[in-house]
Structure formats: C-alpha cells, structure tokens
Design a protein around this ligand. Structure first.
Ligand SMILES: [Zn+2]
Length: 255
C-alpha cells in the first residue's frame, strides 16, 4: 500500500492518542479510591447486618428481662402472702409446716430468678454497648463512603474531559487520513490491542522492539517514502522519520 509520507507521520499522533486513551482507561479501572470504596461498602453492609442482629438480640433480652422481673415479683408477692398467713397466727399447725417449706422453697426460687435476672441484665448491657459501637462504626464508614464517592466522581469527571479531548484530537487526525490507510491502521490496532503504527527508530520497531536485519534496514531506508512499511514480526505499520529518502544503490551507480 502507498500513502503520502506526511500522512503516514499522522499515524504516530493517532497512535499516541490511542496509547493515552488506553492508559486513561487503565488508570480509571485501577483507581485506588474505587477499590477502597468497594471495601468500605462491603464493610458497611456487614456492619449494618450486625447492627440488625444485635438490635433483634436486644429486643429478645428486654422481653426476657421483663419476664424475669415479673417472675421475681410474683414469687416475692407469694412469699409476703405466705409470711403474713404464718404471722397472723390463724393457720393450723399442719399448714404452718407446709407454709414454712413453701416459703423456703420460694426464697430459693427467688434467688435463682434474681441470678437469672442479673445474667440477662449483663448480657443486655453488653449488647447495648455493642450496638453503640456498631452505630459509631456505621457513621464513620458512611462518612468515608461519601468522601470516597466524591473522589471517584471527580476522577471520573476529569477522565471524561480528558477522554473527550483525546477523542476530538483523534477524530481530527482521522479526517486527514486516506480511508484505506485508516482502515489498515484500525485493523492492526484491533489485532494488537493497542496501536496500529509505530516509529522505526534506528532500525528497530518501536512496537515489538524487533531489530531489523541490516538487509531489511537497508530495504526500509531505500523504499519509496510513500510506501507503507510493516514490521515483519508484529505487523504494525512502521513510520519512518521525516528524513529524505536515501538514494538507492542503483541511483548512486547511475550518477
Ligand atoms: Zn514490530
């Protein structure tokens, strides 16, 4: 294929746009704030689930405590009633024996219930502390999430601006390219996944770093400047610098 040498030079600008666009996309996908944001959102979800579980546990403990309270009150009331019956002197001797047994059994029962009550209160206290800690942690995580979201949004907005700028530049270059040359470039770019054209620098392909054999190098230097050269290895378009074409051996011989 042939294309004016000046037009071939434009391919280097086009390749730079593609390289910059690729780096921009990579930078965005690897944005540290984005990874941290994902971690914070995950931690927040866990903390919120923990808080729900702790709050449910607190409700259960509160009703357990209310039950224990009312059990203790009922036993206490019964002791008072039995004691009053024993003290008023109206109960026959047999009933007094039975009341004495009942009162001592009720006193033991009251002590057991009070122990249980205490244990529930301790658990409730611990759960309430945990709820306060979790609420604090959720508040901190929410703040961090807001800050990180703002950072990510700003980075995205900046990247979008940069992307528009690069795309406009790219479109501008494409306008001056011969459609056939452009199609070739785009095809190679799609195949290679980065750029379709590179510089030929001192006999080396800037794409795959292949060093041309002296014969190939000579062939490239002597080729018509409008000839579109391709790397033998990576097949990218090789753009020579703007220096004038070296004379062919035949040209020299002809002089
Ligand atoms: Zn190459």
């Amino acid at each position: 294929m042939k294309a004016p040498a000046a037009m071939q030079q434009e391919l280097i600008g086009l390749a730079q746009c593609d390289r910059d666009l690729g780096q921009l996309a990579h930078r965005l996908s690897a944005l540290p704030a984005r990874a941290e944001l994902a971690a914070v959102v995950a931690a927040l979800t866990t903390a919120e689930a923990d808080l729900t579980a702790v709050a449910t546990g607190i409700l259960a403990l509160e009703s357990e405590l209310a039950r224990a309270d009312s059990d203790v009150a009922a036993v206490r009331e019964r002791i008072v009633r039995d004691q009053a019956r024993m003290d008023d002197g109206s109960a026959p001797a047999r009933e007094l024996v039975s009341l004495t047994h009942e009162v001592s059994s009720l006193v033991r029962r009251q002590a057991d219930l009070e122990d249980l009550e205490l244990e529930v209160m301790e658990r409730l206290e611990a759960a309430t502390r945990e709820r306060t800690d979790l609420a604090q942690r959720i508040g901190d995580l929410q703040q961090r999430r807001e800050a990180l979201s703002a950072t990510v949004a700003q980075a995205l907005a900046e990247a979008e601006q940069e992307q528009v700028r690069l795309q406009q530049r790219r479109d501008g270059i494409c306008l001056v390219l011969d459609p056939e040359l452009r199609a070739l470039y785009e095809r190679i770019r799609a195949e290679r996944g980065d750029v379709g054209a590179v510089r030929l620098t001192e006999g080396r392909c800037d794409g795959c770093r292949l060093v041309l054999t002296p014969a190939d190098r000579q062939r490239c230097l002597q080729a018509d400047p409008d000839e579109v050269l391709r790397c033998e290895d990576c097949r990218r378009i090789l753009v020579r610098d703007g220096k004038p074409r070296q004379p062919l051996d035949d040209d020299v011989a002809a002089r």
